[in-house]
Write a protein that binds this ligand. Structure first.
Ligand SMILES: [Zn+2]
Length: 287
C-alpha cells in the first residue's frame, strides 16, 4: 500500500468551499466547512463515491488499456513497444523537461494512467490505477489556483471531448512561470482508451495554449514513425478479416521486419516541414 503524497496538502482544496484541507489520520478534512475526503491506498477520491461504477468501466475497458496495467503482459508490451513499434522519440524533450524540475517543486501528471514519471509526482486520473494519487476529472481538479509548478499531460488531450477546458484548468492551477509538457498525436491511428476524439496540429496546440505566455511546439515522433504505423494498420486491416486478435497480431508482425526504419526520423527531425506529417508533437508551455 502506498502512502499519501505529503505534497498534496500544499495544493488540495475543498470542493465545497475552496478552503484548505488538513490531514487528519488518513483523511483530508476541510479547515472551514469540515468536509471529509477519505483516502484509500494513498489515493484521494474526488469522483464522489462513483468508484464502483469506475471499477466496472475499468473492467470493461481492460482489453484496451491493458498496457497501462502492472501485469507481466503489460511489461512485455512496454518493452516491445519501445523496440519494435513505431514509438520512437527523435529528441527526448520529455527527459530534458524532467531535468529542469527542482526537488521541492509540485509536479502533477494529468491522465497519468498507471505510470509514475518521478518519485513524488502527483498522479491524477479518472480511473483508479494503483499508482494514481488523486482520482479526479482533469477538467475540474481539486487543486487551488496558482499552486502547481509543472504539469505533464502526455497523450491525453486527444481523449478528452473538451481539450480547451482542460487547458484552461491547467492555466488556473499553474503558478505564474509554471510549465507544461504536453504530447499529442498528429498522423496517428485511432486509439480509444476509452475514446479518441481528436488529433492535433501545431496550430491546434498554439490555439489550445494561447492564454499562456509562451508555447513552443516540437517534433516528438517523426514522419517515418507515422508511415510505418499506418502501413502496419493498413496491412492488418487488409488481412485480418475483421478478427480483432488477428488484427493485433498482423499489426505487430508487420512491424518486426520494418521497425528499424523509424530511426530514419533522425534525418528529418531538423526540418520544419516534418511537423506537417509527423506521428506526434509536443508542446513546452510556460504560464
Ligand atoms: Zn470546505
Amino acid at each position: 500500500m502506498k502512502d499519501i503524497n505529503p505534497k498534496l496538502i500544499r495544493i488540495l482544496e475543498c470542493q465545497s468551499c475552496n478552503s484548505n484541507l488538513k490531514l487528519v489520520e488518513s483523511n483530508f478534512v476541510c479547515v472551514k466547512c469540515g468536509a471529509v475526503l477519505s483516502t484509500q491506498n494513498g489515493m484521494v477520491d474526488f469522483i464522489n463515491g462513483s468508484s464502483d461504477k469506475r471499477q466496472m468501466e475499468l473492467r470493461h475497458q481492460k482489453e484496451e488499456i491493458f498496457y497501462f496495467n502492472t501485469t507481466i503482459k503489460a511489461r512485455l508490451y512496454e518493452i516491445g513497444r519501445k523496440i519494435i513499434t513505431c514509438d520512437y522519440v527523435v529528441k527526448d524533450y520529455f527527459n530534458e523537461f524532467l531535468g529542469r524540475i527542482k526537488k521541492d517543486a509540485i509536479v502533477v501528471e494529468l491522465g497519468s494512467g498507471n505510470k509514475r514519471c518521478t518519485e513524488d509526482i502527483i498522479n491524477v486520473d479518472i480511473f483508479p490505477f494503483p499508482n494514481v494519487d488523486v482520482l479526479s476529472d482533469i477538467k475540474k481538479t481539486p487543486f487551488g489556483d496558482n499552486t502547481v509548478d509543472y504539469v505533464i499531460i502526455d497523450a491525453v488531450l486527444e481523449h478528452v471531448p473538451e481539450p480547451q477546458t482542460v487547458c484552461k484548468e491547467i492555466y488556473r492551477i499553474l503558478k505564474p512561470g509554471g510549465m507544461v509538457f504536453c504530447v499529442v498525436p498528429l498522423i496517428h491511428q485511432y486509439h480509444g482508451y476509452p475514446k479518441h476524439y481528436f488529433n492535433i496540429t501545431e496550430d491546434g496546440l498554439l490555439h489550445l495554449f494561447n492564454e499562456f505566455s509562451t508555447c513552443e511546439v516540437k517534433l516528438y515522433r517523426g514522419p517515418t514513425s507515422a508511415i510505418i504505423s499506418l502501413i502496419a494498420e493498413y496491412l492488418a486491416l487488409a488481412f485480418s478479416g475483421n478478427n480483432n486478435n488477428l488484427y493485433m497480431a498482423i499489426r505487430g508482425a508487420v512491424l518486426i521486419p520494418i521497425f528499424w526504419v523509424k530511426y530514419l526520423d533522425k534525418l528529418w527531425c531538423h526540418s520544419k516541414k516534418s511537423t506537417r506529417i509527423c506521428n506526434a508533437l509536443c508542446a513546452i508551455v510556460t504560464k
